[in-house]
Design a protein around this ligand. Structure first.
Ligand SMILES: Nc1ncnc2c1ncn2[C@@H]1O[C@H](COP(=O)(O)OP(=O)(O)OP(=O)(O)O)[C@@H](O)[C@H]1O
Length: 290
């Protein structure tokens, strides 16, 4: 495995290839009772096609809000997001969440086939594509099973198979493996990378795990405590395809994890201090000592 020097930059632009996802001056404010919650402030990112872009940041810094805005599920208060569509027939995005993203009343096969069928793909294409991704995720023998008959790891495999079979322009993943145990998480990371290597879709991936960010990502955005801004960008130099376990023996891997933690530490502490202050003022209000 060869490596190059990692590159940390405060620049919000990666001048590599035309942007698949362009985010400019993005802000999101939630009006909550008397006080507005500024979730995101002036986010500027260009994500080139084929990049595995990872977002890390302290709890509540706006990661999910950012992903939901990219997905078109949430509207920005300012700025804009553009996802470049290369083919009008393909969906713009598919999302995978931390919890179950699949339909409990459908079999594994029907879940994986859902997107293709919904847009009227020919039966032969559905058969070939779904068969391929169930094979890739080790689910061929579970094609007729229902989600409740599967383990958490297998259900996330179904989510992966469904998302890739749907063949979206971009793939959006919100802490998809965070509820899994360490062993399953490592296996799923390996499988995700193996499936992703086939066509290198543009991915935006949220995680709380710095290890996971370095293992999977091409570029990592470290966010500040709320209001969420881009604190820094780190380019991950490890060549692909990557060996998830082998990577951990590479000295530069530990250096990168440390470097990102260094950026993150103050933000996590600030989030904790804000939580303590909020709890204190809530308690004072409840005790009538305002
Ligand atoms: N619909 C909403 N109404 C009011 N406030 C909201 C809403 N959605 C999110 N927020 C607030 O915006 C901030 C950012 O939330 P978001 O879920 O995006 O953060 P996050 O970084 O994904 O958090 P976590 O890491 O804990 O999942 C939080 O303070 C949250 O309480």
């Amino acid at each position: 495995m060869t490596t190059a020097d990692s590159k940390t930059t405060n620049s919000t632009r990666a001048p590599v290839a035309p942007a698949k996802i362009a985010i400019t001056g993005l802000g999101r404010v939630f009006p909550v009772r008397k006080q507005d919650v500024v979730a995101l402030d002036d986010i500027n990112i260009d994500i080139p096609a084929g990049q595995f872009f990872v977002i890390v940041g302290p709890s509540g810094c706006g990661k999910t809000t950012l992903l939901r805005i990219i997905a078109g599920l949430e509207t920005p208060s300012s700025g804009q997001v553009t996802v470049e569509a290369s083919d009008g027939d393909r969906p713009l995005n598919s999302m995978i969440f931390q919890g179950d993203s699949i339909f409990p009343w459908m079999t594994v096969w029907d879940n994986a086939a859902y997107g293709l069928k919904a847009r009227g793909a020919p039966d032969s294409q559905v058969r070939d594509t779904v068969g391929h991704y169930l094979d890739k995720t080790g689910l061929t023998h579970f094609a007729d099973a229902y989600p409740h008959q599967l383990s958490g790891g297998m259900r996330q495999r179904v989510s992966i198979a469904r998302a890739f079979a749907n063949d979206p322009e971009v793939l959006l993943m919100d802490e998809p493996f965070s509820a899994l145990d360490e062993q399953n998480k490592t296996l799923l990371q390996e499988e995700l990378l193996r499936v992703w290597e086939e066509n290198r879709k543009t991915v935006v991936y949220i995680t709380h795990s710095v290890d996971e960010a370095v293992t999977l990502g091409d570029r990592i955005m470290v966010m500040t405590a709320r209001p969420g801004r881009a604190k820094t960008f780190v380019d991950v130099p490890f060549e692909r395809p990557r060996d998830v376990l082998g990577l951990r023996h590479v000295p530069e891997y530990g250096d990168m994890v440390y470097e990102i933690w260094d950026h993150l530490r103050d933000e996590v502490k600030q989030t904790q201090r804000a939580a303590v202050a909020n709890a204190g003022s809530r308690k004072r209000r409840l005790l009538g000592k305002r």
